[in-house]
Ligand binder design. Structure first.
Ligand code: NAP
Length: 283
């Protein structure tokens, strides 16, 4: 495994396992399989409804806690944000059966972001999280958070894949020491990613799969990636990407696929802002 060093010196695996959209009753098996395949970074969220199952798989694996890197995420909180953020983190820790997470992310750039961030900074100081960060923050929101708070987020987890490469976001994050993490690295197969002719040609040249080429492309950009799969063969394939390299020409061929647009939704879209801001996990 290759690691990145976050801006507070914490080491994070560059490749992990995401559990979004894995139903709670299938998550324990999926995480057990992922840990057996060698994954040590697990990415869940309060909003995914499967933290307890992730926790059971961790406990049953017998893998020492220090060898794991566990991420979970805070959903948008009602006021008072500081108090509710603390409660949400405690509830995630209880569900996971852990006394700390390795990374706690603000899942959406909405609500009382500053209040939520202050509570996350307190959690960092107290060791309830070894690192804190955000997700889905566009450059304007990220820069505002960086410039007007004590703690620069360690990570920003954003949609990133060959069709939406996020070069401006990446440059800003690099400038401020925020680690870029990709979600939707395969954009859930959208745009026929797995049979795309450019990616397939590169895959053939290496005797690898398109999925492996995409993961290599992310890793060579020093972007942390967390592919999701419920299939043990694909899990094994997705972690087997550390013994080949894309050439400069192949990196350039993937770079040319960028459309600069989301394949999911835009966090600047007022309808999405309203929908995500109003959503509550218990409703
Ligand atoms: P993804 O990893 O881009 O794509 C997952 C899809 O690819 C699944 O349909 C999976 O099918 C398929 N797949 C996986 N490996 C494959 C392979 N080797 N060959 C062919 N197909 C393959 O999607 P994602 O789950 O949206 O994103 C990854 C993780 O990012 C999530 O699980 C979550 O942890 C995180 N995330 C975060 C946010 C956020 O707002 N912060 C949003 C979305 C996701 P099978 O399962 O059938 O193999």
């Amino acid at each position: 495994m290759q690691y990145v060093t976050l801006n507070n010196s914490v080491q994070m695996p560059i490749l992990g396992f995401g559990v979004y959209q894995i139903p709670a009753d299938r998550t324990e098996q999926a995480v057990t399989d992922a840990l057996a395949a060698g994954y040590r970074l697990l990415d869940t969220a309060a909003a995914y409804g499967n933290e307890e199952a992730v926790g059971r798989a961790i406990r049953n694996s017998g893998i020492p806690r220090a060898d794991l890197f566990v991420t979970t995420k805070l959903w948008v909180q009602d006021a008072p944000a500081e108090e509710n953020t603390r409660r949400a983190l405690e509830s995630s820790l209880a569900a996971l059966g852990l006394d700390h997470v390795d990374l706690y992310l603000m899942h959406q750039p909405y609500g009382d972001v500053y209040g939520q961030w202050r509570a996350m900074e307190a959690a960092l100081r107290e060791g309830l999280a070894r690192a804190i960060g955000v997700a889905n923050f566009h450059p304007d929101r990220l820069l505002d958070l960086v410039l007007n708070n004590e703690t620069t987020p360690q990570v920003n987890q954003i949609e990133t894949h060959p069709f939406f490469q996020r070069d401006p976001d990446h440059a800003l994050m690099r400038e401020h020491g925020v680690q870029h993490q990709a979600w939707g690295g395969f954009p859930e197969g959208r745009n026929d990613l797995f049979t795309h002719p450019v990616l397939s040609k590169i895959a053939e040249a290496h005797g690898r799969s398109v999925a492996q080429v995409v993961l290599r492309w992310l890793i060579q950009r020093e972007i942390v990636t967390i592919p999701k799969s419920v299939n043990a063969d694909r899990m094994a394939q997705n972690i087997d990407v550390f013994d080949f390299r894309l050439t400069d020409e192949q990196m350039a061929a993937v770079a040319a696929l960028d459309t600069g647009t989301t394949l999911f939704f835009d966090h600047h879209d007022p309808e999405m802002v309203a929908w995500l801001s109003k959503r509550r996990l218990d409703s």
